[in-house]
Design a protein around this ligand. Sequence first.
Ligand SMILES: CC(C)(COP(=O)(O)OP(=O)(O)OC[C@H]1O[C@@H](n2cnc3c(N)ncnc32)[C@H](O)[C@@H]1OP(=O)(O)O)[C@@H](O)C(=O)NCCC(=O)NCCS
Length: 207
Amino acid sequence: MKFTVALLGFPKGILVDLPYLTNTKMKQPIIETERLIIREMRGSDAKGMFEMDSNPNVHRYLGNKPVKTLEESKKVIGYVQKQYEELGIGRWVMEEKATGKFLGWTGFKLNVEPVNGHTHFLDLGYRLLESEWGKGYASESAYACMDYICKHWDHDTIYGMAMTTNDASNKILHEKVGMHLVNTFDYDGDECYFYEIAKEDWLAKRK
Ligand SMILES: CC(C)(COP(=O)(O)OP(=O)(O)OC[C@H]1O[C@@H](n2cnc3c(N)ncnc32)[C@H](O)[C@@H]1OP(=O)(O)O)[C@@H](O)C(=O)NCCC(=O)NCCS
């Protein structure tokens, strides 16, 4: 799948050289796939985020704690934007290329607190409005995000996590992206799989 990357603030359609984006502290890339625009999370995404995260079905494999107010979703956006500033990266929004509609989020979190014995690691994740499930968007975004991160970040290994019962997510991480199972671990009382893939393995797979 082809994709292109542009910097925010540049006129639409002007693409810039990718090395400018390496570990940048503030600016997030714009990644274009066949059907998606993947971009920074903005305050204007609050309504879409609330629609997604207030749905108990979306949170079935995420600890069953859907948000209750728009304010909570605004706080989440602020938290992600703080990660952009402090860590250089955070989850990105997926919008439908044809319409600009908010679909959900995708991309990477730089985990600075220990999880399953790992610290300072990038994990790939995704979350969509329930109405958008089953259309291949999570897989499409995962491929583009992996291409981006392997070319523009220094981390040698990328990780992924999902509850053992989350079949869709496990299929994407394991079968589609090709991550290897590291172990099963307890995450706040939920049994989860922990996966990894070496950057070189992903790049070889994409050749
Ligand atoms: C997990 C999630 C992001 C998947 O998004 P999606 O866009 O529907 O996924 P895709 O369409 O790319 O599907 C990926 C694969 O999983 C399969 N799949 C999708 N839902 C499935 C399910 N409930 N059970 C088994 N397989 C499933 C698809 O058929 C597809 O495989 P295929 O291409 O061989 O047919 C989406 O269901 C979601 O937002 N869930 C709530 C949040 C969440 O659980 N996020 C992940 C946390 S680890």
